[in-house]
Design a protein around this ligand. Structure first.
Ligand code: MIC
Ligand code: SF4
Length: 778
């Protein structure tokens, strides 16, 4: 198999050890052996029937059997996840931190997946080679550090983390964390899988508990069944439209009902995956036949056998699903039989428009109607089923003589999917439409798309089956209007080249000038002839990694060993300046952009040069331009912050709602920490980002009165006057000193518990681990 052979020569050294074995079966059996007793204990303590989410949470308590009924949305709880997954762009920082934790091996099964750093330009073979050339140092680092510490490594070209995890590691009733917000994809196989920052992963890999606020529970009852053009993607596009990008914050979304059972396992994965876009902690589904089929098809009948023995515990209790309003904090019902296909966007994944209403909506908003590109794939929509359904549309276009009006690109989710869809002829169908088949990797979804002409910043429309469509995300062009839809809808719309095209109603003109209509997509949930793959691209870790050297060159521009952040001096922070007041949406892409900056994910000082360069300055509406309060001159955000740091002046950042939405990248928290920002004060936070700030020893605070956001002036000075008595459940007071001498106090809320305050005191959670290690050794 060409792809992996060529990269094997490059990254080289270590042999592939993969015989479609069931990974970590013993661990899974151990989890299942304790399950019934732990569910029983939880049911007794909670005193009522349990949702699936509660069963998984309570069976994974760090302290064993439940002895307390936790308060949803309030109690901080210690959990013991079964495994950890990391992708290349976040694993670098996670493992640089892990190196400092003083452990010989990871405490739970863990994997690293090389998927984000691979660009999409000319097609898989050339692109993969080019990425290997460019990222060799980083891939070698990840390969050797994984081998050293007992971590499985999935090499470049092996696939996208979440697809590979679903195919190989996810299991019903399990709990995992991953350093990527879309780790939640594994909910499609009935897990509680949660996206976290690297520092959280370090805790678990170092054998410590993982802390999470006990989530609230949203129940989504699915009735009816999908048909025609509607697919699993439309379920989550609809849920996003209902709940918005922050509606799921702090909650697990649990899907149930006959409609849930009727969905394929990978379809369930899609729904859970994109649950990250509503801010949900995770989403999950009860164990059912679709999961049995998927596990068996991916070579894991042993897991089916083990799960079947405790099947009643791997789904919610009947009473719960019969009376969901009594048990969930919120219930949404969606009738799949009536659901229409959706197209969400542009610029935000929760702006939903029915396909039938798109022409009107796009005209009203002046969105470019001509579609330039259709992109299929990404971790959320690259299953065999997805590709086969999209291919059925492409096939019709070929047969009816319709020439596609837009260009096409596909990123298969894994080598196993790619190999099988090639064998089954889908790739050649797409190639007849001139489609570029990119590497089994994130590619355009993470800005690794070298799109010709993007630098001209022309207003244009693209449509894709990815999760995210924030400004500049795919190609760096702020004027690209990116829309999200199912793979089959992307195929139809890209063929028509018209955003307003409704394949359920409209016709297309073929090469003979005839009006023709596309039939609804057809596809196979799983390959009839089974999955096939020659080399999935897995590298097993060394049995004994102690002799393996992990190389980080001191002059590297890509990797940098971490230094401790300074501990808090115990004093109030006085005389702080405002670095930037961010206006409106400020996602992690705005705080620490991806695309070209991915290359510095292992080098904190270098990547800090992108800090907040995408945030909009509320005083000028400009990006990456703020007034340096020391000189009165305008400058770029990172440069101005560096000058505050050099002068020893503390600073703060102010933001709007759902600050830090999107990625799990802890760089968005480490960069301000590294450059000397002391506090981020916002109307509300996205969950992962808030935790990342705490872990890195930052103050992440919210306005007690949202309208205080408006009181903050560009040239104010800020004093935290009662930080010295920082304590759980106690507001902090910020004294704002305006330049006319007027002083006003505003109240700030926080969610720090005592342990998190200890992180702040120590300078970071990692500093605290190190302190504790040192005192244990004495
Ligand atoms: C994303 O989809 O935004 C990413 C890129 O996968 C991120 C991780 C990262 O920034 O490296 C995520 O979802 O957490
Ligand atoms: Fe990769 Fe995109 Fe999935 Fe993130 S959302 S893991 S960038 S494919």
């Amino acid at each position: 198999m060409k792809l992996l052979n060529s990269h094997r020569q490059k990254i080289g050294s270590i042999l592939t050890d993969y015989n479609s074995m069931v990974f970590d079966l013993d661990m899974i059996k151990k989890v299942y052996s304790k399950f019934p007793e732990r569910v029983k204990a939880a049911r007794e303590i909670v005193g009522r029937p349990l949702t699936l989410s509660e069963k998984i949470l309570y069976t994974h308590l760090w302290d064993g059997n439940a002895t307390t009924a936790f308060e949803r949305g309030k109690s901080y709880v210690d959990f013991a996840p079964d495994r950890v997954a990391m992708q290349d762009a976040t694993a670098q920082m996670a493992l640089l931190q892990f190196m400092q934790a003083g452990k010989k091996k990871v405490a739970v099964p863990s994997t690293v997946h090389a998927d984000h750093l691979i660009q999409a330009k000319l097609g898989a073979t050339k692109d993969l080679q080019e990425s290997l050339n460019q990222n060799n140092e980083v891939f070698n680092f990840l390969s050797s550090i994984s081998s050293k510490y007992g971590i499985g490594f999935w090499k470049p070209g092996a696939g996208i983390i979440h697809q590979v995890v679903l195919e190989n590691y996810a299991f019903p009733g399990g709990m995992m964390i991953g350093t990527d917000s879309h780790t939640v994809n594994a909910g499609g196989l009935g897990m509680v899988a949660v996206g976290v920052g690297g520092a959280d992963a370090v805790d678990v890999m170092a054998g410590m508990a993982w802390e999470l606020k006990f989530p609230k529970l949203i129940g989504v009852k699915l009735t009816g069944s999908l048909s025609g053009w509607t697919s699993a993607k439309d379920v989550i596009l609809r849920v996003a439209d209902i709940l918005s990008v922050k509606g799921g914050t702090g909650s697990i979304v649990e899907y149930f009902g006959e409609g849930a059972i009727s969905l394929s396992c990978t379809g369930k994965g899609t729904i859970c995956n994109m649950g990250a876009e509503i801010g949900a902690t995770t989403s999950t589904f009860g164990y059912d036949d679709s999961m049995r089929r998927y596990l068996a098809a991916t070579g894991r009948q042993e897991i089916v056998d083990a799960a079947d023995e405790i099947a009643e515990h791997l789904t919610g209790d009947k009473e719960v699903y019969d009376n969901p309003e009594k048990y969930f904090d919120q219930v949404i019902t969606i009738n799949l039989s009536e659901l229409e296909p959706y197209i969400n966007g542009p610029f935000t994944p929760d702006r939903g428009t029915r396909v039938s209403e798109m022409r009107e909506e796009a005209t009203k908003n002046n969105w470019p109607m001509k579609v330039e590109w259709g992109l299929i794939g990404s971790c959320t929509n690259s299953s065999y089923e997805d590709i086969s359904r999209a291919a059925s549309i492409a096939e019709q276009a070929v047969a009816m003589g319709i020439k596609p009006k837009a260009e096409f690109g596909i990123n298969p989710g894994s080598e196993q999917v790619r190999f099988t869809i090639e064998r089954d002829g889908f790739i050649s169908t797409f190639e007849k439409l001139g489609t570029k088949i990119f590497t089994n990797a994130c590619g355009p979804c993470i800005g690794q798309w070298d799109r010709e002409g993007a630098e001209k910043h022309e207003k244009n429309t693209i449509i894709h089956s990815f999760n995210r469509n924030f400004s500049k995300r795919a190609d760096g062009n702020p004027n690209t209007h990116a829309f999200v839809a199912s793979p089959e809808m992307v195929a139809a719309i890209a063929i028509s080249g018209d955003l307003g095209f409704n394949p359920l109603r409209d016709t297309l003109t073929n090469d003979k000038g005839e009006q023709v209509k596309l039939n609804p997509p057809k596809g196979d949930e799983l390959p009839k002839r089974g999955f096939d793959v020659e080399d999935p691209g897995y590298q097993a870790p060394a049995e004994d990694g102690s002799a393996i050297d992990v190389i980080v060159k001191p002059d590297s521009s890509r990797l940098q060993l971490l230094e401790n952040f300074p501990a808090w001096d115990g004093q109030n922070i006085l005389g702080a300046k405002l670095l930037i007041k961010a206006l409106g949406k400020c996602t992690t892409d705005h705080i620490s952009m991806a695309g070209p900056w991915l290359r510095y994910r292992g080098h904190l000082d270098n990547i800090s040069n992108n800090m907040l360069i995408g945030a909009v300055n509320a005083f000028s509406n400009e990006m990456n331009e703020v007034v340096n309060q020391l000189t009165g001159e305008k400058g770029e955000v990172p440069a101005v912050q560096r000058s505050y740091k050099a002068a020893g002046i503390p600073s703060i950042v102010v933001g709007d709602h759902n600050y830090g939405e999107g990625s799990s990248r802890e760089h968005a928290a480490m960069e301000p920490r590294h450059l000397g920002v002391r506090a981020i004060i916002v109307k509300s936070f996205a969950r992962i980002h808030e935790t990342n700030l705490k872990k890195q020893g930052m103050l992440g605070l919210t306005f007690a009165d949202e309208s205080d956001y408006d009181r903050i002036k560009e040239d104010d000075t800020f004093n935290f006057i009662d930080l010295e008595s920082f304590a759980p459940d106690k507001q902090l007071t910020l004294q704002v000193v305006h330049t006319d001498g007027l002083k006003e106090n505003i109240h700030l809320n926080h969610t720090y518990n005592q342990q998190q305050i200890d992180w702040f005191r120590a300078g970071s959670a990692l500093n605290l681990i190190k302190l504790q290690n040192n005192s244990n050794q004495k």
